[in-house]
Each structure stands twice: as C-alpha cells, then as structure tokens.
Design a protein around this ligand. Structure first.
Ligand SMILES: [Zn+2]
Length: 164
C-alpha cells in the first residue's frame, strides 16, 4: 500500500460514509496498519491511501513498544473543549512539522471493526491524532490550520524539498 503525498487530489476530497463493515474492509485495515507501522506513523486515514471512505486507524502506544491499534469507522466528534498546542507532522507531508492548535478533550463516537459502537472521551495525544485524522476525511491537512504566514513558509519549504 502506498501513502499519497501532498498534492495528490485524494487528500483534498471529502470521504463518504462506510456502508458495510465486512471482510474486505478488515483486509484493507490490516494493510493500512502494516503501512502505518512501516512508516512509523501514529495515524493513517483512508484518504491517504486513496480510499475515499470515512475511516482511519491510529496507534499512540507505539512509543512504549506495545502496539494497540485503534480503528474508527464513520467517526464523529460529538463535543469538544479546551485548547492544546502540539507539534504535528503527517505521513503525506514527510519531513514537515509545525505546532497546531486543537481541542484538548473530545467526546467521540464511531464504529469499530466488529461494528460495535464506540463512545469515548479522548484527551492529550489521542485527542490530537483523532482530530488530525478526522480532518483528513474532510480533505483538510494540518498545514491548513497554520497561520497565513506559516502556510506561506510551508509552501516555500515544500517547493525547496520536493522540487522534481
Ligand atoms: Zn496526516
């Protein structure tokens, strides 16, 4: 599985709801997990591998050397509070990092791979990654959330590093 890089149109599309949680989706998620771990990422949204469906995976436990994959299908952010600044990166924008302001705590709903409804509160890094991946499903990238000046700097940086 290949991770799409900034500039690919699939990263700018709004993904559609998943209608069936079936074996094919499970297979896709397994492949996505393999791809994410190989790239040493902590989150990967369907758009990033060219699938325009509303689901993503994340694993914020990797750093402790223990894998705990989380799968969110048709996710929703029900409510949010607080504010937090965190240095983000993205597998689709390799090498670029910048602090982004996000909600500190979110209450979310989604289905897991067994079609069980998950309802939970996330905070800290889990809340950050969830919001980052959720944005991907709407075609939004973390650089869109930077100030105008920082976005200009990013564009310069990108041209310099990814000039073909
Ligand atoms: Zn990303």
């Amino acid at each position: 599985m290949e991770i799409l890089i900034f500039g690919h149109p699939a990263l700018r599309e709004r993904a559609k709801p998943v209608e069936n949680i079936n074996g094919k989706l499970k297979e896709t998620i397994d492949k996505m997990a393999e791809t994410m771990y190989k790239a040493k990422g902590i989150g990967l949204a369907a758009n990033q591998v060219g699938i325009l469906k509303r689901f993503f995976i994340m694993d914020v436990s990797q750093r402790e050397g223990k894998n705990k994959l989380e799968v969110y299908i048709n996710p929703e952010i029900v409510s949010a509070e607080g504010e937090m600044l965190y240095e983000e990166g993205c597998l689709s924008i390799p090498g670029y990092f910048a602090p982004v302001k996000r909600y500190a705590k979110i209450y979310v709903k989604a289905y897991d791979i067994n079609e069980t409804l998950i309802e939970k509160e996330l905070e800290g890094i889990s809340a950050i990654v969830f919001q980052h991946e959720y944005d991907h499903l709407d075609g939004i990238l973390f650089i869109d959330r930077l100030s105008h000046i920082k976005r200009q700097l990013f564009k310069k940086w990108w041209r310099k590093h990814y000039k073909k």
